[in-house]
Design a protein around this ligand. Sequence first.
Ligand code: SF4
Length: 458
Amino acid sequence: MILRHTPVELAERAALTVNPAKTCQPVGAMYAALGIHGCLPHSHGSQGCCAYHRSALTRHYKDPVMATTSSFTEGASVFGGQANLVEAINNIFTIYDPEVIAIHTTCLSEVIGDDLTQIINKARTDGKIPKGKKVIHANTPSFKGSHVTGFSSMTQSMVHYLSECTGRPVKQINLIPGFVEPSDMSEVKRIASEMGIRTVMFPDTSGVVNSPLDGKFHLYPAGGTTVGEIVSAGDSLFTVALGRTASLAAAKLLDTKCRVPFEVLDLPIGLRATDAFIDTLRKAAGVSVPDSLMEERGRVVDVMSDMHQYFYRKKAALVGDPDQLVALTQFLIDLDMDVCHVVTGTPAGPKFERSIRKLAGEGTSVKYGPNADMFYFHQLVKNERPDLIFGNTYAKYIARDEDIPLIRIGFPIYDRVGHQYFPLTGYSGALRLLEKILNALLDRQDRDAPEEGFELVM
Ligand code: SF4
């Protein structure tokens, strides 16, 4: 009953966010940076920011997340962080020897106005960047955007600093996966390899934040996209960008910089979006779809039709990240469910709202940006009660207060495991999602069933 005072009446707010439905930009930038092999993310700001971003990722992935910080104190806060950053770059290469340092800014360094391009150039001129090593950066002030836009900026920065076009095309397809789990990245790569397509995925956190325990500490785990692969992305035939909010900017920049054509698709979550992804890959690479994928698809269709009566007209309320929300809405509508509320703290823009309304209908409540917070989402739930809530760990308070089943999706998930290892993307991800939805609905039906309606077979 912790949220029992949340009022039912909705009021317009201009300058107040209560329990944001997002986290800060550097979290996403740090996560993206971990998707480069041998990269050490660096937080240009105070120690507290870095500690928070690391702990957010560590709690979600249950794997230690390494990052360094410019460690601002009063001096840097007043005079700027150039001296701290140049010294940090020198120390990091000397002590930790990464291939790449990926720097992201924080609120404090952005308010001061530190010019990262100039500081990195100074470090290079001063001989602090060893030959063959790379330093890249993304501007990620957290008084705007969200972890998703931070992820997008760091991915864009990989193209800006690393991708090159030699004019000798390489028969490979670029995949920009969006802010998804390492398990989702693996699944997307597996689908492409099942089709016999050579791909470069960046960033790729599989094998980094879900690496196996082997008794040794690996500062740079085996996974991640190598710098060489990101360089070669400039010579690829085509780019498939998954999720408009997280991946469009990098794909666009690669097109502008190296003339690699691209298509932006919804995240391949659910049947239709996975079909679209596979069809785009098929056309881009000039291959056909193997029977093995058709079999996987058939299993999803089988469960959808076998269990349709349980999905039919069930109401869902969704809170989370925009790219996931669009794909999930499509899938739920395909299951003949109704989507009544969709909320994201990311400033996803009117295109996001139009996409949701087109899929779910004009009656759906859609809100995005800083005022689209958990408090507002709870009010919507109180006004029109759904059968299911989809959201991250923070939604569990609302779910418990309202006694509505919660299906955990998105970031962060601090109180369950599985997301690191089992995908929601692709046909196998669709099956997993179907199982989660069905189990939540059937568990509730069992719990509420009268004695004579407590069924053995469902
Ligand atoms: S909101 Fe700003 S000050 Fe707070 S942790 Fe994030 S970057 Fe640091």
